[in-house]
Design a protein around this ligand. Structure first.
Ligand code: ARG
Length: 228
């Protein structure tokens, strides 16, 4: 959808998968909130339209974008070559690595991905965490649509570890002191906002807004708000 169409419609439709704190998660009031959601709000505000958040499984975000069901996907989404073949990404707005989370009983504290061989490892379907563990032979990968379910399995000792991005890993460990990050794998990822391929107008608007948020200090305020 062009900017004119979005304005005419009066709302910006953003897709996300909300089990990824502090980027997007469901709060006590049952609202989807987080760093990405605040960025989405800034985008809508600057367009003079309302924001509609559509919650989808992570691996359905790109298909939904391609089908025109959402205007943007903002979901802590790593810019990868594969994804960039089918969607366009904004400039990078966040840097990330993968983390291994285990139960804090000291029985299993893997320091490298290779130590997960022979173990059951939970990931979110279609994420870069899914990719890195699936590349290693002999890891039994258990794929979930929601990270909340992956952590439930870890809690119930039905899996040995969860692999996910470091910032959400920290957020889950903070919320559930039974878990601990046993190591961080340097994957050097960056997050981008995804738009339909060739939607230059919307992409430029997103990039300009990211620039403005950074130069005005709003971006730093949001970092402080969600990452303290
Ligand atoms: N950064 C990872 C990826 O792009 C995980 C993103 C998961 N995001 C989410 N909202 N569940 O694959």
């Amino acid at each position: 959808q062009s900017l004119t169409e979005i304005k005419k419609r009066g709302k910006l439709i953003v897709g996300t998968e909300p089990t990824f704190p502090p980027f997007e998660f469901v709060d006590e009031k049952n609202q989807i909130v987080g760093f990405d959601i605040d960025i989405a709000n800034e985008l809508a505000k600057r367009l003079g339209v309302k924001l509609e958040i559509v919650s989808l499984p992570f691996d359905s975000l790109i298909p939904a974008l391609l089908q025109g069901k959402i205007d943007l996907a903002i979901a802590g989404m790593t810019i990868t070559e594969e994804r960039a073949k089918v969607v366009d990404f904004s400039k990078p707005y966040f840097e990330a690595n993968q983390a291994i989370v285990v139960r804090k009983d000291g029985k299993f504290e893997p320091k490298k991905l290779e130590e997960l061989v022979g173990k059951k490892v939970a990931v979110q379907l279609g994420t870069t965490g899914d990719l890195v563990v699936s590349e290693i032979n002999g890891i039994q990968v258990v794929r979930f649509q929601k990270f909340t379910d992956a952590f439930l399995e870890l809690q119930n000792a039905r899996v040995d570890a969860v692999v996910l991005d470091e910032a959400p890993a920290k957020a889950y460990v903070k919320k559930f002191p039974k878990f601990v990050i046993s190591s961080v794998i340097d994957t050097g990822e960056t997050y981008g906002i995804a738009v339909r391929k060739g939607n230059k107008e919307l992409l430029n608007f997103v990039n300009q807004t990211l620039d403005i948020l950074k130069s005005s200090g709003t971006y730093n305020k949001l970092l402080q708000k969600w990452f303290e």
